[in-house]
Design a protein. Structure first.
Length: 240
């Protein structure tokens, strides 16, 4: 199973298994990951090599990554709001698609990363993960991209205390190991009969989702208040 550090790996395994000394075992396993250890090293800049060609994460090489908006709408419905970079890559085609979906388009200041800091941090995490998985063969990054985005969706976010999957579906993400070990998480919804039982279980799942969203919203609010208080104290001398 891929991992995203000792804390996140411990959380995912803890929700499913237990054995004596598991935290120590998990930490040892994560620290033994050769790809992570290589990535954490400070790499020296090589001299005498041209940097004019497109890099793995250059604008041109990232262009083929598209969101299949039709499939997204089929699964989740139309989003209320879509945020896009104000750069030239997001032009009329995107605007038309957002309009057809009945969504509102928010455009951030082009070439100003601070206006979308949260997404920029996510991009950095994705790049780091792809570099670990690709190794020296950067040409395979498209093969690993779905796995990297999956890892991001099932990982807890520090700001909310929940993973994106939990907030979307109201339950822990179902992993391959859950299916192989026939855990309760791998419920086969299409085999639940009669229909009343299925609807009852769905309702319970949605109720749990609303409670998760409430807790996540409260956690974000408290975090913002603490951040404001910190900067107010730090900058107080400039306001006197």
């Amino acid at each position: 199973m891929r991992h995203r550090g000792d804390k996140e790996t411990d959380r995912i395994i803890n929700a499913r298994f237990w054995w004596e000394g598991m935290k120590k075992s998990i930490n040892k396993g994560v620290q033994s990951c050769l790809a992570c250890q290589k990535r954490k090293q400070i790499l020296q800049r090589e001299k005498g090599k041209s940097t004019e060609t497109s890099t793995l994460f250059g604008r041109a090489s990232m262009y083929p990554v598209h969101i299949k908006s039709g499939r997204w709408k089929d699964m989740y419905g139309s989003p209320k709001e879509v945020t896009a970079d104000g750069g030239p890559d997001f032009g009329k085609e995107l605007k038309d698609e957002v309009k057809r979906a009945g969504s509102r388009l928010r455009v951030t200041t082009p070439y100003y990363p601070a206006s979308k800091g949260m997404m920029e941090r996510v991009h950095k995490q994705h790049k780091d993960s792809l570099l670990k998985m690709c190794g020296e063969n950067g040409g395979k990054w498209k093969k690993y991209l779905p796995l990297v985005t999956l890892a991001d969706r099932i990982s807890n976010k520090r700001t909310t205390g929940f993973s994106s999957t939990e907030l979307q579906f109201g339950q822990l993400p179902v992993l391959l190991i859950d299916i192989e070990t026939k855990r309760l998480l791998s419920v086969k919804w299409h085999k639940i009969f009669p229909i009343e039982e299925l609807l009852k279980d769905r309702d319970k799942s949605l109720e749990g989702r609303e409670e998760m969203k409430r807790k996540a919203t409260e956690k974000i609010r408290k975090s913002r208040e603490e951040t404001m208080e910190y900067w107010d104290r730090r900058m107080a001398h400039q306001l006197r």
